[in-house]
Design a protein around this ligand. Structure first.
Ligand code: PXL
Length: 272
């Protein structure tokens, strides 16, 4: 039977990020995706593409979790955007009610359009309640700065140091993403497993962030883990998958493009 992977994340109405990107990634990688929606994000074309953010009622999140885990024996889950302390409480409680082989946490901390004070409360709750349950955490540069308490992450060495500090907060594996944010010609990501750091690199494709890259990377790691791949191989593959998706990105009327999860398979067939 097909392997299953579960995602608890926000809906992003244009399909570029969030739950939509996660489920597309699972499907591309041959894994049956099951999803629970935590919030609904709709970019606002009339207002600088800011995020209109609507949380889903905690009881409705609990209902979705009950349905998903009632039907399937899920043991690998990705956590994406949660958004409010009340959402974090219900997700942490639900996760804690069962055991997991892997909990992959993409620590999406802020969303354009939320109050900065709300973002701080969310950060604190995420760090206290969800981070301890994670086996793999995938912060970007900004999130790595907040979680590690480092003021600046400007180099590969800084990224490795941040990954070490975040590892000390509990998760067995830290994937700290430099992406296009660090200087240099390569987009680098660091995997730290408590003993050694492995650096994954790929030439940068443009200098702009592409929507859904972080979601897709973490979802691809999750899908590979669901298939039984080990963490280092899952991260190495996910990097190739997202790089191909960025190269094949989709443009629309927004000032940012979105990852195309079909890019990897398209590239394979071109190479064949
Ligand atoms: O890429 C981060 C992200 C995650 N989840 C949702 C989002 C976004 C960014 O827009 O909307 C729901």
């Amino acid at each position: 039977m097909v392997d299953l992977a579960y995602v608890i994340a926000g809906s992003e109405a244009t399909g570029g990020a969030g739950l939509q990107a996660d489920l597309k990634t699972f499907q591309e990688l041959g894994v049956y995706g099951v999803g629970t929606i935590t919030c609904i994000v709709s970019f606002d074309p009339k207002n600088g593409w800011g995020h209109r953010f609507v949380p889903v009622e905690p009881s409705v999140i609990a209902d979705q979790f009950e349905a998903a885990t009632g039907v399937y024996d899920l043991d690998v889950v990705k956590i994406g955007m949660l958004g409010t302390p009340a959402t974090i409480d219900v997700v942490a409680e639900s996760l804690g009610s069962r055991s997991w082989r892997h909990v992959v946490l993409d620590p999406v901390l802020i969303c354009k359009g939320q109050e900065p004070g709300a973002a701080l409360d969310t950060d604190t709750a995420l760090r206290r309640k969800v981070l301890p349950l994670a086996t793999v955490v995938t912060p970007n540069r900004f999130e790595a700065q907040i979680l590690s308490g480092m003021e600046q992450i400007e180099s590969e060495a800084d990224l490795i140091e941040a990954a070490r500090r975040i590892h000390a907060l509990g998760p067995a594996y830290v994937v700290a993403k430099g992406g296009v944010d660090l200087p240099g010609d390569d987009a680098i990501d660091v995997l730290y497993d408590g003993q050694s750091a492995t650096v994954f690199r790929a030439p940068k494709i443009g200098q702009e962030r592409v929507s859904g890259a972080g979601c897709t990377l973490a979802a691809a790691i999750t899908a590979e883990l669901a298939k039984g791949v080990d963490v280092a191989d899952a991260v190495g593959f996910a990097k190739e998958f997202v790089t191909a998706g960025i190269a094949a990105r989709v443009g629309g009327h927004a000032p940012f493009d979105a990852v195309w999860q079909g890019g990897y398979v398209e590239q394979l067939s071109l190479d064949a």
